[in-house]
Design a protein around this ligand. Structure first.
Ligand SMILES: Cc1cc2nc3c(=O)[nH]c(=O)nc-3n(C[C@H](O)[C@H](O)[C@H](O)COP(=O)(O)O)c2cc1C
Length: 358
């Protein structure tokens, strides 16, 4: 494959193709991650919903498929304590659904599998030594950052504003993921708060972040084909992070109802909503989003809102209903080409290079 107009990212990560598979909690497991790394991109293993043992097992599976660079991804949110009043207020808002689906409102909700990065995950990184460690919702403290860098890993994180990008660079990030408003899944915002009306789109965000920092910038949000990749390079990015376009690959861990929803998604099928987890995230509009969202004035703090919703979701799905299912997806979902991830990665790269004309 001929060379890219900006090679900073491929050199930094030791990869051939400047395409990062977005880490996608609960959706991208070892088969998808290893296929993208094997193709020459950077596969990212989302660890936020995995216990230490599950993360180790998943990474070991990937290593049995490829020895090429892989990233491990973690969340850095504040882990909230359960506030009984908030929980009961959120349950009250959902009362009519509990009644409709015959679910016991007073049964204790399950614990959230989502965890924030700490010393235990850091020890796992020291043990497994991935080439890259990536973060959403900020960064761990200085001492953990030093331990990560001491393993030889490059550390990257999402920024949704120029101020966040500068903050990440000042704390030692080796590259920055500029995540535009179009992106599927949670906004990685950590300084910007959750004011959704001010969220910046990829086309405006990437060049402003490129101007503000010296490290390579990875464009994320709405990139789904070679045109998007070429545009990202034209805006000054050194690579792209693609999530939604990989969701329909046969290697993803999506259930059939999610795949079906993606098949029917158009340009305006998604919305930023906080009803599933308590934080704004982009997904396909389903009943609960339409009826009490997209942005409920009060939910529970991330990720607790999802635990209250969990029994409703389980009951509805058992009856074949998607009313409470979070189908995370970005605005470019309809541009996705359904094919195996290895082929998709190679095709995106060769078509982008053709377009860029190098
Ligand atoms: C299903 C899904 C799950 C996601 N989960 C994570 C995650 O666990 N960690 C993370 O850093 N980003 C996560 N994201 C956000 C992606 O990193 C990325 O910003 C986004 O996918 C890029 O936009 P695109 O979906 O339009 O390609 C997720 C996105 C999706 C679509």
């Amino acid at each position: 494959m001929s060379s890219w107009p900006d090679t900073r990212l491929v050199e930094l990560f030791g990869i051939e193709i400047p395409i990062v598979l977005a880490p996608m909690a609960s959706s991208s497991g070892p088969p998808l991650v290893s296929a993208v790394s094997h193709a020459g991109g950077l596969g990212s293993l989302p660890c936020a919903a995995l216990s230490i043992d599950q993360a180790r097992d998943a990474f070991t599976k990937i290593r049995s498929q490829t020895s090429l660079p892989v990233s491990m991804n973690f969340f850095c949110h504040e882990q909230p304590a359960v506030d009984a009043q908030q929980a009961s207020a959120w349950r009250e808002q959902l009362r009519s659904y509990f009644d409709e689906f015959g679910v016991d409102m007073d049964a204790p909700p399950p614990a959230s599998p989502i965890r924030s990065f700490g010393a235990d995950y850091c020890a796992l990184v020291e043990e497994l030594k991935p080439a890259v460690v990536s973060f959403h919702f900020g960064l761990p403290d200085v001492s953990l950052m030093a331990r990560l860098h001491a393993t030889g890993a490059k550390v990257i994180a999402s920024a949704t504003t120029v101020a966040e990008a500068r903050w990440l660079e000042a704390r030692g990030c080796d590259a920055i993921v500029a995540q535009g408003f179009e992106a599927g899944g949670h906004r990685g915002s950590f300084l910007a708060g959750t004011a959704t009306a001010q969220q910046v789109g990829t086309f405006a965000l990437v060049p402003q972040v490129v101007d503000a920092v010296n490290v390579p910038v990875i464009a994320a949000g709405g990139v789904a084909d070679a045109r998007g990749i070429a545009a990202a390079f034209a805006l000054g990015a050194s690579g792209v992070q693609i999530g939604t376009a990989y969701l329909s690959c046969p290697e993803s861990s999506l259930p059939a109802n999610y795949r079906e929803a993606l098949r029917h998604a158009g340009d305006d099928s998604t919305v930023l909503t906080n009803v599933f987890t308590g934080r704004p995230a982009r997904g396909i509009v389903t009943r609960v989003v339409a009826e009490i969202g997209p942005l409920a004035a009060q939910t529970q703090p991330f990720p607790l809102a999802s635990t209250t919703l969990a029994p409703l979701r389980a009951k509805a799905e058992s009856l074949g209903s998607n009313d409470f299912s979070p189908f995370w997806a970005g605005q470019a979902a309809a541009l996705a080409c359904v094919m195996p991830a290895f082929e998709l990665t190679r095709r995106l790269a060769s078509e982008a290079l053709e377009r860029i004309g190098v």
